[in-house]
Design a protein. Sequence first.
Length: 281
Amino acid sequence: MQIIRDVPELRAWRDTLPAAQRVAFVPTMGFLHEGHLSLLHEGRRRVPRAQGSLVLSIFVNPTQFGPGEDLDAYPRDEARDLALAESAGVDVVFTPSDPGAMYPSRQTWVDVEGLSATLCGAARPGHFRGVCTVVTKLWMLVRPDVAVFGEKDYQQLAILRRMHADLFLGGEIASMPIMREPDGLAMSSRNANLDPQARTSALNLPRFRGEVERRFARGTRAAGELVAGAPEALAPGRIDYVQVVDAASLQPVDEVARPTLVAFAVHFGGVRLIDNVVLTP
């Protein structure tokens, strides 16, 4: 497994790759878990080693964190990540030694309007501008035939699909379902920052998500009824949002009449967790 730590070396590696060789790409912020590994396995399935390379990036992108957010506290363990990457069949890991190398200046940005105005975009101003900018930079460097993202970040995936299409970036975007812990909590690198009490409280999030699904299965279609009682069910969590939105436009809906996203963002013990469920009538 080759480890690349600067932009010129990554560009040189990509430029010397034979034209017939395909590239699968999984961009991450590291502290890998089974959810990340599912993305890597899908990338390897789509591009077997005989046909090309599987590339992983590990980069805690500073521009997607706002003031007072958890940039410094974001969990990191490079040695563990590299071992997991190698076990998953990764060929190349790009992990820049100098975060500034990805930002020669901070004058050029990629911003997707509309889709980024709601949910996490409203709760974390500037977040998706940072995400879109760094993914575009990585895409231009790696030039993948396919890049694989997780569906836990549903809004991020929708925004990146829009950006990919609008900027003619080439290749394709694939996605994989949410991976969960045995107790139902959606896998996240941030879970490592939950203390035992907060970890127990955080289980209220998948429990309430399950209750929303059960209400829908019993015939509830009104948005307000689907998420009724959220503050009590999610206590002691601090809610950023619990919203029912159209799965395509991400705009609020009053009733589930077409594929609809129920999205959650809740803080437990100072750790922000997200989850979602798509309801299809």
